[in-house]
Design a binder for this molecule. Structure first.
Ligand code: PLP
Length: 408
């Protein structure tokens, strides 16, 4: 049995070892194919097409980002050398925080070592410090938000996914002047649906709640400058805390929150997940800074356009074969298999017979019986690759006698 996670993790390492990295960057940043890792001898040096990367826009291989990172490594070294408070701070960290705050049109931003840490540290700290705070959390919130809420130790209400009527019923039970936080996401990563930002903002106003929005799967991807779904809807100004990652569309690693200066200072001063850990290396910070600036500009707009186009034609192509995708409104395309063993068989066959890599998503990431492939296009997949993927899935669906959609 193959370990697909290892394959994914090591493919870039293999690429670097083989000194094909630069070559790779030169061939128009085609992030959809990687030489397969050496652990799979029989595939050595053959190309495998990846259809499940969260490097949605290929920024992890953008030569502009790579050059900046390489220069920064040579200038500043490999690591940060300490925590933000003890020797691990730099003007670059501050610069990136200013850039992120400006991108989201907020007063301030704060970096963390990952999006996970950002959620855990920020939610736990804000909720713990607000006297008598209560949190309202969407049932499908990411594990990092759930951990943050748990670590805060405050009371919580979980509302059914995107059920604003139920959220309102729960909010009504709490005095208006009691501090509250509504925590939710703009793009839910396993189903590809959007959170009802406008409705939640309206409820937050009515019942005096702070809004905490995870835009991890949306930054770089939506809105005129790519800062997320809230901005696309003209609602970013209504959100109190925006949280996101530098590890997906931005192509690096790290996480952050953006919000008003006081809130950010509170988290900076009290969050263990910010204070007691080595800060992001300057080279990563530089890469993220260059990547965000790129995504804010016309090239970023072009990438978003091509990305949305590819996601759309991929959905149409899969629907044309009645493959059981969730016809999601976002760029994420869940293809439901509904059985863990079969899901694994599909991904094995994709890799062995079609040189296509898609990780199976099983319990506990999704509910039992809803096992799936989570397919993501990038701007660098083309019509030929979309056709190949569709044909491969169509064949496998026949071979394994899997269920199809009733209609297109
Ligand atoms: N929030 C959501 C919705 C996520 O899907 C993820 C990661 O997959 C995170 C937060 C954590 O972000 P990171 O990968 O930067 O730790």
């Amino acid at each position: 049995m193959f370990n697909y996670s290892d394959a994914f993790a090591s493919n870039i390492l293999a690429l670097k070892k083989e000194n094909r990295y630069r070559h790779f960057a030169e061939i128009q940043r085609d992030t959809t194919t990687f030489p397969i890792a050496q652990i799979f001898k029989r595939y050595e040096l053959e190309d495998v097409t990846i259809w499940c990367s969260n490097d949605y826009l290929g920024q992890g291989c953008n030569p502009v980002v790579l050059d900046a990172v390489c220069d920064a490594v040579r200038t500043y070294g490999a690591g940060a050398g300490g925590t933000r408070n003890i020797s691990g701070n730099s003007p670059l960290h501050r610069k990136l925080e200013c850039e992120l705050a400006d991108w989201h049109n907020k007063e301030a931003a704060l970096l963390f070592t990952s999006g996970y840490v950002a959620n855990d540290a920020a939610l736990s700290t804000i909720a713990r410090l607000l006297p008598n705070c209560i949190i309202f959390s969407d049932q499908k919130n990411h594990a990092s938000m759930i951990e943050g809420i748990r670590h805060s130790g405050v009371d919580k209400h979980i509302f059914e996914h995107n059920n604003v009527e139920q959220l309102e019923t729960l909010l009504k039970r709490v005095p208006v002047d009691q501090p509250k936080i509504i925590a939710f996401e703009s793009v839910y990563s396993m189903d590809g649906d959007f959170g009802p930002i406008d409705k939640i903002v309206a409820l937050a106003k009515k019942y005096g709640a702070l809004t905490y929005l995870d835009e991890v799967h949306a930054v770089g991807m939506y809105g005129p400058s790519g800062s997320g779904v809230a901005d696309k809807l003209g609602l970013a100004g209504e959100i109190d805390i925006i949280q996101a990652t530098l590890g997906k569309a931005i192509g690096c690693i790290g996480g952050y929150i953006a919000g008003n200066r006081t809130l950010i200072d509170v988290v900076r001063s009290h969050a263990a997940g910010f204070i007691f850990t080595t800060s992001l290396p300057p080279a990563v910070v530089t890469g993220a800074l260059v990547s965000v600036r790129y995504l804010r500009g016309p090239e970023g707009q072009e990438l978003r356009k091509r990305h949305q186009h590819n996601a759309k034609i991929l959905k149409e192509s899969l629907l044309s074969k009645r493959l059981p995708i969730v016809d999601s409104p976002s760029h994420i395309i869940p293809l439901i298999v509904g059985d863990a063993g079969k899901c694994m068989q599909v991904t094995e066959s994709l890799l062995e017979n079609h040189k296509i890599y898609i990780q199976p998503i099983n319990y506990p990431t999704v509910a039992k019986g809803s096992e799936r492939l989570r397919i993501t296009a990038t701007p660098f997949h083309n019509e030929e690759k979309i056709h190949q993927l569709t044909e491969a899935l169509d064949t496998i669906w026949n071979d394994l006698h899997l269920q199809r959609r009733r209609e297109r």
